[in-house]
Design a protein around this ligand. Sequence first.
Ligand code: NAD
Length: 355
Amino acid sequence: MDIFSKMEEYDYEQLVFCQDKSSGLKAIIAIHDTTLGPALGGTRIYDYESEEEAVIDALRLARGMTYKNAAVGLNLGGGKAVIIGDPKKIKSEALFRAFGRFVEGLNGRYITGEDMNMTQQDAEYISCETNYIVGLETGSGNPSPMTAYGVFKGMQAAVNEVYGSDDLKGKTVAIQGLGAVGRLLADLLYETGAKLIVTSRDKTKIDKAVAELGAIAVGLDEIYGVECDVFSPCAIGAIINDKTIEQLKCKIIAGSANNQLAEPRHGDILHKKGILYVPDYIINSGGVINIIDDISGREYSKENAMKNTAKIYDACKKVFELAKKEGIPTYKAADKMAEDRIASVSKIKTIYNRK
Ligand code: NAD
């Protein structure tokens, strides 16, 4: 792979390869853009088939973080790290501490956190070596409740756009995935009087949602075709694809899952079909917003985090407005919003200041 060409493609700033033989650490830190502030993005542990695949994943995820942080108004750039290896085999205190030293070596250009296959204990080890890590139990902790709250607010904005009122009472929401976010979202929706249709891989979670929230359970593949107002993907990515898109009977797609569109063209098809797609990286940004206090060194305040997360409603409305004004699909409008903000900040005149 020609790494510099790959970096030039989306103008990545820096790619850092971290190696420590004694602990077995092989990690890659990708920093996409720091125009708005330090690059923030979690660390993923994954058994990649090749080093090339790991580089591509780190670059792709870092760029995604730039857009997410910019679009929701955070003063943060985009970055991401991947640790290569089987999470069941490679984990050790030494490995995470070695990684923490590399993060520290970037002197705040990159701030990390938990991502796929990383636990709080792993994060604690990293924090022995660097303060540039967020989301620890001693700070903001588990982001899922705030992510669920943000999805709820984004869903209200979408319902307002389509039906003229925020009220979810009586609306039917089909939730795919009753994990950390999906179940908490189901609770919020139940409290407002929404009707729920659910599916998940875990039967116990489905049975609980049926018993406690009066939800209707459907099969894993059935969820796409159910009659509903909102389809809420809260499980895995790429679920809006050639196979599922024709089945959809919803008016709105609003869920927490990352990378919901299998390909950008699926966003164009939704636009043509008149289904309002709430861009994933905006509606699921509650988890990132939750760590603002950690970054600024303030004590975590749930109240502040909720106030800031509620602004996802406004961010979604802005996306819908821009999409209408420019006649473009919402996923393109979200990207444009992020790109415009970065461009405008990067143009601020440099003025002389004596140090
Ligand atoms: P989770 O692992 O706790 O829950 C995922 C749930 O989806 C599980 O209950 C699983 O059984 C179910 N599932 C998996 N495949 C499925 C399928 N094909 N059909 C139906 N159900 C399926 O994960 P989570 O933390 O709740 O996150 C859910 C999604 O939201 C993920 O895509 C995640 O990347 C994204 N997200 C989460 C956060 C957060 O704060 N947790 C933040 C941003 C984005």
